[in-house]
Design a protein around this ligand. Structure first.
Ligand SMILES: *Cc1c(COP(=O)(O)O)cnc(C)c1O
Length: 390
């Protein structure tokens, strides 16, 4: 039997059929609908007796190629592509939950996901309980009879806490609830949650999957029966990914492994540089031995990822001053770009939270989050260094 193809090869060689022109790179199918040979072909396609594209809200060849690659990379059965990470997350919950259901979630989740849980889902009778990562050992006591989904991100944003996927897989199986993991920070190259028992994995493809700060996208992959529900919900509600974006994202995946390798190499070098700096009181990076969950990180991740968080001495003002002295790196809300991006969560993304609320998710006043890019490492370190040496 042929050997199973490796990750990098799948990322490049998983392609949709060629059109009659013999193009080497997949063609872009910018079409809203597809045609049928006759009435019977149309009937059978709508009846799902044959696999045919009907309308791009349901499926499109470019979306299929992008999804097939992520399915292979994550070791999933099936998937569906969305216009953004948030539409993937919203549609996944929307398809699977009913009024009266309960979500158990890690407290450190992406801001808009937190808004879904606290501002919008209660309108439809869906409640959420948060657990702190430091108290993850107690999660079982928070599971209720109506708990349907355990949800988490690992590593978390921006605190870079690590949750033990094997443990989460174990307790969700034991209690018969679904495990849904937002794998955006790790990418399928560094971590495959399904291997540890996740039922579904969601991604914001906007981040490292695109990796070049161009397009929004999202994807959910996992168990075929669950993806079927998500597909039926989505083909009626309309959050589908544009074929133009899926063409771009599929091309991006061809270079995911080499890009993420360099991102991680640069990030580790930055973390080691910051650890020795006298104006820095602490550094967080999953693959630093000083990380509180280092052992779990090396167990479930291939490398440490591209995000480094550190605490500059002097609190909120020192954090703002650091940002103002940055010359080359970008001040921007995105992450996972070729360009290094610095943010100061306490005065921007998380400024609406109180000091106490920020503290429970690991955001201190002087915390700086750096999304390490692909510039030459010496230029990245030089910029951070000059901004610290005032
Ligand atoms: C950015 C992000 C999202 C949301 O993705 P969009 O593509 O911006 O909608 C969700 N989860 C995490 C961890 C993210 O970083």
């Amino acid at each position: 039997m042929d050997k199973k193809r490796e990750f990098e090869t799948d990322a490049i060689r998983n392609q949709i059929e060629r059109s009659g022109f013999g193009e080497h790179t997949s063609a872009m199918y910018v079409t809203s609908s597809f045609v049928f040979d006759d009435a019977e072909d149309m009937r059978a396609s709508f009846a799902e007796e044959k696999e045919k594209n009907i309308y791009s809200r349901f499926s499109n060849p470019n979306n299929t190629e992008f999804v097939n690659k992520i399915v292979a990379m994550e070791g999933a059965e099936s998937g569906y592509a969305f216009a953004s990470g948030m539409s993937a997350i919203f549609s996944t919950f929307g398809a699977l939950l009913s009024s009266g259901d309960h979500i158990l979630s890690a407290r450190s989740v992406f801001g808009s996901t937190h808004a879904l849980f606290t501002r919008f889902f209660p309108k439809w009778g869906i409640e959420t309980t948060y657990f702190n990562i430091s108290e993850a050992n107690d999660i079982e006591s928070l599971i209720q009879p109506n708990t349907k989904i355990l949800y988490a991100e690992t590593p978390t944003n921006p605190g870079l806490e690590i949750l033990d996927l094997e443990y989460l897989g174990h307790i969700t199986k034991k209690h018969g609830i679904l495990l849904v993991i937002d794998n955006c920070f790790a990418t399928p190259y560094l971590q495959q949650p399904i291997q540890y028992g996740a039922d579904l994995v969601v991604h914001s493809a906007t981040k490292l999957i695109d990796g070049q700060g161009r397009v929004l996208g999202g994807v959910t992959v996992g168990r075929a029966d669950l993806i079927r529900e998500i597909y039926l919900f989505s083909r009626n509600t309309g959050p589908s990914l544009s074929p133009f974006n899926s063409w771009i994202l599929s091309k991006s995946l061809e270079t995911l492994a080499v890009r993420v390798d360099r991102h991680c190499e640069n990030a580790l070098a930055v973390a080691e540089f910051l650890e020795k700096h006298q104006r820095v009181s602490s550094v967080r990076y999953p693959f630093l031995k000083t990380h509180p969950q280092y052992a779990i990180a090396v167990k479930q991740m291939k490398k440490g990822g591209n995000i480094v968080a550190f605490e500059v001495k002097g609190g909120i003002e020192a954090g703002r001053n650091f940002l103002n002295r940055i010359k080359m790196c970008s001040l921007s809300a995105n992450l996972g770009d070729t360009r290094t991006i610095v943010t100061h969560p306490a005065s921007s993304t998380h400024s609406k939270l109180s000091v106490e609320e920020r503290a429970v998710v690991g955001i201190t006043d002087g915390l700086i989050r750096v999304s390490i890019g692909l510039e030459n490492i010496s230029d990245i370190v030089d910029d951070l260094s000059q901004a610290l040496n005032y």
